[in-house]
Each structure stands twice: as structure tokens, then as C-alpha cells.
Design a protein around this ligand. Structure first.
Ligand SMILES: [Zn+2]
Length: 395
């Protein structure tokens, strides 16, 4: 779309910048967009003229959701495993290998179709930025093609060759770590921005995780990791040690873990350098206790919300669903949850051009079918996304 775009008659605009309260709310506002960027935010009554026009009709508008944790490159589904879990079987992470088998057997076109389907599904629910991980290939060729396909859809791509140790390396995990750090990283790095490790009992221990993340960092990738999901462990503190942008899950934290995250606070009061990304869809889908968001927030830790969209432990692409869960089950206020799903996700990706609606930001806007952001948690399960504008383009 060429020319400027004006979104006006916004009853409640969430800017995550200057304005009322923690969400920087402005009433009766308008946003002017040029060349994919926000160039002006102000009162609707004083809005400049533009080439194109969207009338929000008094509804709420917020920044597009930033989903900083998703596993979209896979084949098959694990509905039967979900049913078994709901009938009482515990979640161990072992089902990942089922998806690895299906993913290796799939064609590029099948994998690409799944990524596009899920990305489209998320976009219709207001997600304008979505991180995508590899991690179901676990061979040099399959990890490289997973990331190549992910990179067709997102610039936020993550190499997760260290998701689990594949069956063929079960009795020699050191050799698998050598493969991940050597040829697999070399093949994956051209398509990846980040490196991630599933640091958990039954996946990778702290020494293996440290070695893999250090190799990735040396290859120019940013660090993030799956930590403290299924039980207490060293993952969160390893993330802090390695200046991870985000430690994800954070379901089982010690006081020392929370303190280590809080110690990464920026001196200007803008939050912590390492973000705690909470993934309540995983606890929902594994019927597990939720992380204690309140404890992290009260300690001053920056919190993000993401879907963890994957076929095993959290097969949702819906950020509004995660916002509702965070409010109802994790004692976050609606404002904290909406911030965590937008600006928080941006922080977890070390981005300052998304998750906000201030001049200079990327023009990613969501128009709700509701007068306030409060309705995202107040009306769970209801399709409240009326319109999505991504990069200045109405979708
Ligand atoms: Zn995950």
C-alpha cells in the first residue's frame, strides 16, 4: 500500500509509551502511519489528512502482539497424547521425539504449509511479530531446512538443535552436543538470529547447555533458553550468566533465581536485561501449576507472555488466550498482561521498534471489537480482533 494511513476515532489507544498508566493510554486518539512507521500520535480531532483511512469507531487499539516463543516448524499432531494427559498421564517432554520422526519424514512443502497456516492463524488473532524455533529436525540437514523455512516467514528465528537428544544419540549425548556445536550450528546459523537450549532434566544438563549456548554466541547468535519448566534447576541462572535476552517458562523458581533476574535491572529503571517469558498455554495444556508472575513482577523482573505454540505441550497460537490465562491464573493485572504480550515480548527479543505505538515504531496495530483492552481478559475465548495492520498495511 502506498501513501499515508490514518487510524482515527480510537476510543482507547494503548501506546506503551507516554500517556495514562503503565500502558500509556490516550483517549480519543489517532495514529498516522507512513512507509510502515508510526509518524504521529495525537488527539483524533487534530489528526492530519492522509491518503488512506481506518475509522476505529471508538474502539480500543493496541500494538500488535509480540509472540517471542513459538515452535512452528513440525509435522503431525499429538492430539492423542493430549487426551492421554487429560486422562491422567504426566507430561515428561518425551513426546517431542514423536514429532521429530514426523518432521524428518515431511517434505519441505508440508513444513512450509504448516508454518504458513499457524502464522496466519496467529496474525488473525493480532500477532504481528512471531519468533519461530527449529528443534524437530535434530539432524544437520533437517535443522537447516527448518530454519530456512522459518526465515521465509519471520526475522526472529531461533536454532533449537538442543531441544532433546535424538534417539540415535541416546547413549552418547556428548557426541550430540559436538554435532550441535559443530556442523549443525554452521548449517543453521545463516538462517538464525538466536540460539536456544531446552535445559531440563531429561533434555540438556547445565554443562551441555552452557557449551551449546557459548558456541552459538561465538557464531553471532543471541542467547535465549527454556529453563525451569518441569522442575527447579540451574537454567535461569545460566541464562543470566550468559546475558540471555530471555529465560522462558520460569515455572519453578528459587529465591536465588528471582534475585539473579532482578540483578540484571537496567540502571534507568526500564526493567531487566534478561526477561522472564511466561508460557501459560503450556501449563494449561499439561494441567500443571502456573508460574508465579506476581513474585517476578514484585521483584522488578520484566515479564513477557508468549504462546509456546507447539504440537505437544501448548498447541495454541492465541495471544489473547494467554493474556486471559495470565490474568485469571497468574495474578497479573489486565494491564500487566497486555504490556507483557506486547512491549514485554519486544524486550524478550531485544527490540524497541515493536510492542509500542509511538513515533518511529513499526506500524503494527490491532483494532479490537471492544472499547477497552480490558476485554481481552474480561471476555476470554471471544474473537475480539476486528482488524490487524502490520507494517502499515491493513491485513
Ligand atoms: Zn518452547
Amino acid at each position: 500500500m502506498s501513501g499515508s494511513l490514518l487510524v482515527d476515532n480510537i476510543g482507547e489507544l494503548v501506546t506503551n509509551g507516554a500517556g495514562e498508566g503503565p500502558l500509556g493510554i490516550r483517549r480519543n486518539a489517532a495514529v498516522l502511519v507512513e512507509e510502515g512507521r508510526v509518524v504521529w500520535v495525537g488527539p483524533s480531532a487534530y489528526a492530519p489528512a492522509a491518503d488512506h483511512h481506518v475509522d476505529a469507531g471508538g474502539a480500543a487499539v493496541l500494538p500488535g502482539f509480540v509472540d517471542s516463543h513459538a515452535h512452528l516448524v513440525f509435522a503431525g499432531d499429538r492430539a492423542a497424547e493430549f487426551a492421554a494427559r487429560m486422562a491422567g498421564q504426566p507430561y515428561t517432554g518425551g513426546g517431542i521425539r514423536t514429532t521429530v520422526g514426523a518432521t524428518r519424514a515431511a517434505t519441505d512443502e508440508e513444513l512450509r504449509a504448516t508454518v504458513r497456516r499457524l502464522r496466519g492463524e496467529a496474525l488473525r488473532q493480532g500477532t504481528t511479530t512471531m519468533e519461530i524455533k527449529s528443534g524437530y529436525g535434530l539432524t544437520v540437514a533437517d535443522e537447516a531446512r527448518s530454519l530456512r523455512i522459518a526465515a521465509e516467514t519471520s526475522t526472529e528465528t531461533t536454532f533449537l538443535g538442543a531441544h532433546v537428544v535424538p534417539a540415535e544419540y541416546a547413549d552418547r549425548p556428548d557426541d550430540y552436543v559436538g554435532l550441535v556445536c559443530g556442523p549443525m550450528l554452521a548449517a543453521a546459523a545463516p538462517y538464525a538470529k538466536w540460539i536456544d537450549v531446552f535445559c531440563e532434566r531429561g533434555a540438556f544438563d547445565v554443562d551441555h547447555a552452557r557449551a551449546i549456548l557459548a558456541c552459538g554466541r561465538a557464531a553471532g547468535l543471541g542467547v535465549r533458553l527454556h529453563a525451569n519448566q518441569l522442575g527447579p534447576g540451574p537454567g535461569v541462572q545460566l541464562g543470566v550468566e550468559l546475558d540471555a535476552a530471555s529465560v522462558d517458562h520460569c515455572t519453578h523458581l528459587s529465591d536465588a533465581d528471582v534475585a539473579a533476574l532482578a540483578d540484571t535491572a537496567h540502571s534507568d529503571g526500564s526493567g531487566t536485561r534478561t526477561v522472564a517469558t511466561l508460557l501459560p498455554g503450556a501449563e494449561f495444556s499439561t494441567r500443571s501449576p502456573y508460574p508465579d508472575a506476581r513474585r517476578l513482577l514484585d521483584a522488578g523482573v520484566t515479564v513477557a507472555l508468549a504462546t509456546d505454540c507447539n504440537p505437544g505441550s501448548s498447541y495454541t497460537s492465541s495471544m489473547p488466550f494467554c493474556v486471559a490465562l495470565a490474568v485469571r491464573e497468574m495474578r497479573m493485572t489486565p494491564a500487566e498482561a497486555v504490556w507483557a504480550a506486547t512491549a514485554g515480548g519486544a524486550r524478550a527479543l531485544r527490540r524497541d521498534d515493536i510492542g509500542v505505538l509511538t513515533p518511529g515504531a513499526r506500524a503494527d496495530l490491532v483494532v479490537l471489537d471492544a472499547p477497552s483492552y480490558l476485554h481481552l481478559a474480561y471476555r476470554p475465548g471471544v474473537p475480539l480482533i476486528r482488524q490487524v495492520i502490520r507494517n502499515g498495511v491493513p491485513q
